[in-house]
Design a protein around this ligand. Sequence first.
Ligand code: IMP
Length: 180
Amino acid sequence: MSRPYVIDQMISAKSIAARIESLARDIHAAFDDTDKLVVVGLLRGSFVFIADLVRELDLPVEVDFIEASSYGDGMESSREVRILKDLRGTIEGRDVLIVEDIVDTGHTLSHVTDYLRSRHPARLKTIALLDKPARREVDFRADWTGFEIPDAFVVGYGIDFAQRNRNLPYIGQVRFTDDA
Ligand code: IMP
């Protein structure tokens, strides 16, 4: 039942690496006095991004993960986000950076940010590798964004299409080949 598709490169591995170096400098500047930064990756799409990002951070860092699931009810555009896997560690009074792969409608990162903010971290910031502003349904902007992209379905660098293509080293756009 899966449709045939090809993947057109949109953002090269080299461009991603360069952008991450620059983002890490901004994060460093924001948290340079931290005693420990808890870097929270949203599973699963952020796993490659968080791995590269933390290796560019010359800060005391703890890594934790949270998994959220968002889905529509199929009848209306309202979205419900559930926490499937919570943090292992405590973040009260700590500096926190939430790392997401893509901000699309904005529901997921907005919900997870509110959820973690309710635990009273000292400072809480958000970073997303990709942002699709044209798709936004809630008023949310990450503190840092790697790249703004158009309304396209992308894969690679941790991001999947039906659990495939996460291992591509670059960001590519899915193009269906059975289109007229
Ligand atoms: P949001 O709640 O609509 O912002 O959705 C964010 C999540 O949707 C991301 O973490 C991705 O898992 C998924 N997502 C959004 N756009 C894409 C895409 O182009 N390719 C793969 N997953 C996507």
